[in-house]
Design a protein around this ligand. Structure first.
Ligand SMILES: *Cc1c(COP(=O)(O)O)cnc(C)c1O
Length: 368
């Protein structure tokens, strides 16, 4: 059954095809009770087509399922692809909200420019989220710290092996319930310093949210696991701190100020930007500038740097307990090492879940 739903104040008319075989409610509830991360997907997905001649067209909601792709589709050969990640939160009154979606839309436009994909207008991006949540609202969990992770992405589907920006593009949104990151107490992570591999280079694609950066991070990530670490820290081509393959990094000083890297190859996280803002609101001094590994090591040794944390949408904020690498070991296990990270985490998740006042107007309602 296909229903045409007009969308207010722009040209997109959504075609909604309901999944006739949604997962039975009891099975869905069992998944929502322990969703993990990225393992289960909702009953529907959203897609919008783009072509060089026709622009954005044929927006639709359809049952979640496999995509048909020509074996020559450019994305499979040249990785012309970008993605985003944000969450939908259920508040105590049952309403469904998301956090700074315009920032994700704007970042997707920046990523698109870098890999020669078309820019999806912010209104279309927001509409796509609303359309998906309208049909899959029952998938937004309500237990503390859980959410529905929304994954918008765009790829080159044109069947053509010549090397140039593709003329046919697909934009999709899929959704996956996400469980609480910390179950049974906060565990600071151990991270591995990759001295052999880089995830990005000056003038490269490090600042774009594109799959190729992740492909480059998988081998060092496997190396990290072998070393008993959960994540990798990459340095930029100047030998300065860059980021973890999917999270930004922040260092905490003894005097309470915080320090975070500035570099052309960093993916600018919306979580980090929000954390810096909340810290500034508290009167905390925030410095964003190149930071060498030596500065962190010497600061940790002298007691000037007392802690570090990683931040990103999926895990929000995670304290870093240890940095390990060839000839490098930095340990943050002092009494103050997690304090700021955990209190910023509490405030940020409080805003997202509607427990703390949203004084910056960061929340956007997705339902109703
Ligand atoms: C998505 C991402 C982040 C975190 O960004 P958020 O907007 O905070 O989720 C950090 N680094 C990389 C490489 C990323 O892809």
């Amino acid at each position: 059954m296909t229903i045409q739903l007009p969308v207010a104040d722009q040209g997109l008319t959504w075609a909604v095809t309901r999944n006739e075989y949604p997962l039975p409610a009891a099975d869905r509830e069992a998944i929502l009770a322990d969703p993990g991360f990225g393992k289960f997907f909702t009953d529907h997905m959203v897609d919008i087509c783009w072509s060089k001649g026709g622009g954005w067209h044929r927006p639709r909601v359809q049952p979640y399922g496999p995509i048909q792709l020509d074996p020559a589709a450019a994305v499979l050969h040249y990785a012309q692809e970008i993605f985003e990640g944000l969450k939908a939160y259920r508040h105590a009154d049952g309403s469904i909200w998301t956090f700074r979606p315009e920032a994700n839309a704007a970042r997707m436009q920046r990523s698109a420019r870098r890999v020669a994909l078309p820019e999806l207008p912010t209104e279309y991006f927001l509409d796509a989220l609303r359309q998906l949540v309208a049909v899959d609202a029952a998938w937004v969990p309500s237990t503390p710290e859980t959410s529905l992770y929304l994954r918008p992405y765009m790829y080159a589907k044109e069947a053509f092996l010549g090397v140039r920006p593709a003329d046919k593009i697909a934009f999709y949104v899929i959704a996956s319930p996400a469980g609480a990151y910390f179950t049974g107490g906060v565990a600071p992570v151990r991270i591995w310093l990759s001295s052999r591999y880089a995830r990005a280079a000056r003038g490269g694609t490090g600042a774009a949210k594109t799959g190729g950066n992740y492909a480059a991070s998988l081998l060092p990530q496997a190396e990290a696991y072998q070393q008993g670490c959960q994540q990798v820290l990459f340095l930029d081509d100047q030998g300065n701190l860059e980021e973890l393959g999917g999270m930004n990094i922040v260092l905490v000083r003894k005097d309470g100020s915080i320090l975070t890297p500035d570099s052309d190859s960093i993916l600018e996280g919306i979580t980090r930007d929000s954390v810096l803002r909340l810290a500034t609101d508290r009167g905390i001094t925030v410095e964003q500038r190149p930071i060498s590994l030596a500065e962190w090591r010497d600061g940790a040794a002298s007691g000037d740097i007392v802690g570090a944390f990683a931040c990103g949408t999926a895990a929000v904020i995670v304290p870093i307990g240890t940095l390990l690498g060839d000839g490098v070991e930095i340990v943050h296990d002092g009494p103050a090492s997690q304090e700021l990270a955990m209190s910023l985490r509490e405030e940020l998740t409080g805003i997202q879940h509607g427990r703390v006042e949203d004084r910056h107007g960061w929340l956007t309602r997705l339902d109703g």
